[in-house]
Design a protein around this ligand. Sequence first.
Ligand SMILES: *Cc1c(COP(=O)(O)O)cnc(C)c1O
Length: 415
Amino acid sequence: MNDTAGAALTPAQQAPCLLGNYAPPALTLARGEGAYVWDDAGRRYLDFCMGIACNSLGHAHPHWVAAIQRQAGLLAQTSNLFSHGLQERLAQAINARVNANDDNPNATNGQTGRMFFCNSGTEANEALLKLARLHGLRKSGGKEGVAIRVVVAAKAFHGRTFGAMAATPQEKIQNGYRPMLDGFFAGELNNLESFERLVGEHTAAVLIEAVQGEGGLSTATPAFLQGLRKLCDKHNALLLFDEIQCGMGRTGKFLAFQHCDVTADAFSLAKGIAGGFPMGAIWVAPQHADLFTPGSHGTTFGGNPLACAAALAVQEVFTQENLVHKVATRSNTWHAQLHTLAQKYPATIKSVRGVGYLAGLALHTETPPLIAAIRQRGLLATPAGDNVIRLLPPLTATPGELQECVAILDKTLAA
Ligand SMILES: *Cc1c(COP(=O)(O)O)cnc(C)c1O
C-alpha cells in the first residue's frame, strides 16, 4: 500500500512548484480499491472518473497489482534494442480479442494486424499520423508533401502534441500554439457530405472517434462510418479510428467502431489498455504494415516489460471476468435508469449520451455546480464537451455500483 500519496504537505512543499497548466484540483486522493477512492481526509467516493477512463479494472485490482509487482522484480525497461517477448504476447491477445466471435469479425476482416506500443494516447495518434504520411507518399508515387491531408471531425479530441493537436479542431486546444501543422481539415460528425467535400487525391487519411470522448459523447452512426469507408476506398485514403477513450471494451464491444460494421486500416489505443499504467498502441492492418520499416519510427520506453505486463493482466481479467460482455449487458439497465432520471428532471437534464460505460448527461446548464454537488455526496464525475457530465465507471463496476451512481445523482438533483 502506498502510504505517501495524499499525505499532508509541509509548508515548504506547498510553495508553488508545479506549472499552472491545470486548474486547481478539487481533491487530493490517497488510495483506491475497485470502484472507490479515498481522499486525504479519509472520505470515500464512488469514482466514475477512473483516471479519465484509464483504470479499466478499477483501482488496485489484485491480479493487475501482482502482475506489475512480479514484472518490476524481473525486468522493467529494456528499450526496443532488445526483445522481451511480452509485446508479441500482448499484440496476439489484442488481435484475438479484435477478431473474437461475439464482436463484429468484419471490423478487421479477421486479419491479424501488426502493432506498435508507445506510452500515451497522443503518441499513439502521432504514430497514426506518421503512418498516414507514409501512405500518402506511396499514394503519390513517392513525392513528398503531395497527399498529406488528414480529415477529422469537428469537436474531435486527438491529443496535445503538435500533430495530434493539429488534428484537434478546438480553439481552446490550439490557442497560442499556431502555426499548426499543415493539412488538417474538419468535417461534421455524421454529415458524410461534409467529408465528401474534403476528401480527395491529396488526402492521406480520415481520422475519427466512433464515440467522441472529450467532445461530449456524440456517437457516429453506422451509415456515416460505412460512408467514410467507401469514401476512403474511392480516394485511396486510410480510415483511421481513434479508440483511445471509446475502445478497450468501454462501449460493450472491444472496439467502438465494431458497433458499426466497418473495417479499419489502423486504430489507436491508450487509456484503458494497461489499466492505468501509461501505455499507447496502434494496430495496423496487414496490407499497410510494411509502411513502417526499421528506423522509420521509435520510442525509448514504449512497450516496455512493465507496461506490457500491466496490459496483459488487463487482458487476462477481461477473459476471466468476461468483462466486455458484462459491460454490454449491465449498461442496458444503467442507461435505462439514466433515462428515467432525465425524464424526472427535464429542467436540468437535456439528454442521456454515449454508449456502454462511456456515458453522460447533457445538461441545460453548466456542469461545474452539479459536478461539485455530486462530489459532496460521494460521486466523482468529469465534464466533457459543452455541458455534458461524463460518467466513466471501471469496466468491473457492478449493477449495485451503477445503481449507487444513479441514486446519488437523483438525491443531488432533488435537492
Ligand atoms: C485522452 C485521449 C487522447 C490523448 O491521450 P493522452 O494519453 O492524454 O495523450 C487522444 N484521443 C482521445 C480520443 C482521447 O480520449
